[in-house]
Design a protein. Structure first.
Length: 278
């Protein structure tokens, strides 16, 4: 059993995992990248639900997580309710676009949502806007090319290449007059600093990391601690010098021979242990 499993279509959810470990370094965790089914953003609703249910079932059987974080906007808006019905004994935390947070920052009342095609087209965003940003205009952009760049090239790319990759999206929102950009796909967080640099000081770049992590930790403390640390602290053998327990990174398949080198870089950058193919 582990305290947390983080699931994404690729590497996008890793910043959510590392942020949680920064806040609570003693917990045990596993990261799963469903690379076999990447990209999720171009699939139909039915295809997404089928893929997510299959991988979640496999992960629950292997790791029995106390809390399952769906660190992917596309998976969450399409399959979260289904997961809660199919696996009622598992605590799920989803990831959705930070529209409420964006509305609190926007002075122009014009917000950009950068996401996958599936997330952009999901009516759930309109519900969020109506509840939390009714006085704002929401501008959508699906960017599968940028997501693919982040997943397959960004970790070994130069800063110049990364800036060039994000410029089309940033320019699009600036031309539309947006003063806030929501990173509505977790992959974008791997280049959040680059996106903010390209956007400039007059545009705020936001994401849902704080809300998701706080929700996950609140469930852990409420449902599993009861005043004592009953959650797993893990062995000291897997801990870093600063006491933070290392998480293991698993994938569901390679798309090319060079993928392993990319994941070695990712593990080194984020201080993860390579778990192999699930």
């Amino acid at each position: 059993m582990v305290d947390f499993v983080f699931l994404d279509s690729g590497t996008g959810g890793i910043p959510y995992l590392t942020y949680l470990l920064k806040k609570r370094p003693g917990v045990s965790s596993v990261y799963i990248a469903d690379t076999k089914n990447f990209p999720y953003g171009e699939k139909t609703h039915e295809e997404i639900v089928k893929c997510v249910v299959e991988i979640v079932r496999k992960v629950i059987e292997k790791f029995a997580p106390r809390i399952f974080v769906i660190a992917c906007n596309t998976m969450s808006v399409n399959a979260l309710n289904v997961l809660r019905e199919v696996f009622p004994d598992t605590q799920f935390v989803g990831t959705v676009p930070a529209i409420k947070l964006a509305a609190s920052f926007s002075k122009k009342k014009k917000i950009g949502l950068l996401a996958t095609r599936s997330t952009v087209e999901n009516p759930y965003n309109i519900d969020l806007k109506n509840h939390f940003a009714a006085d704002c205009e929401l501008v959508f952009r699906a960017d599968p090319e940028l997501i693919s760049f982040i997943e397959k090239k960004s970790f070994t790319a130069s800063e110049e290449d990364c800036i060039n990759a994000v410029l089309p999206a940033v320019s699009f929102f600036k031309e539309k007059g947006c003063d806030v950009i929501i990173l509505g796909c977790t992959h974008f967080l791997n280049l959040s600093d680059v996106i903010q640099k390209a956007a400039g000081e007059n545009v705020k770049v936001v994401d849902s990391r704080e809300g998701v992590v706080n929700r996950a930790l609140n469930i852990l403390d409420t449902c599993f601690s009861f005043g004592e640390k009953k959650y797993s602290l893990g062995s000291q053998d897997d801990s870093c010098d600063d006491g933070q327990k290392k998480s293991h990174l698993f994938i569901t398949g390679f798309s090319s021979e060079k993928d392993k080198n990319e994941y070695d870089v990712i593990c080194s950058k984020y201080n993860l242990e390579w778990g192999g193919i699930l």
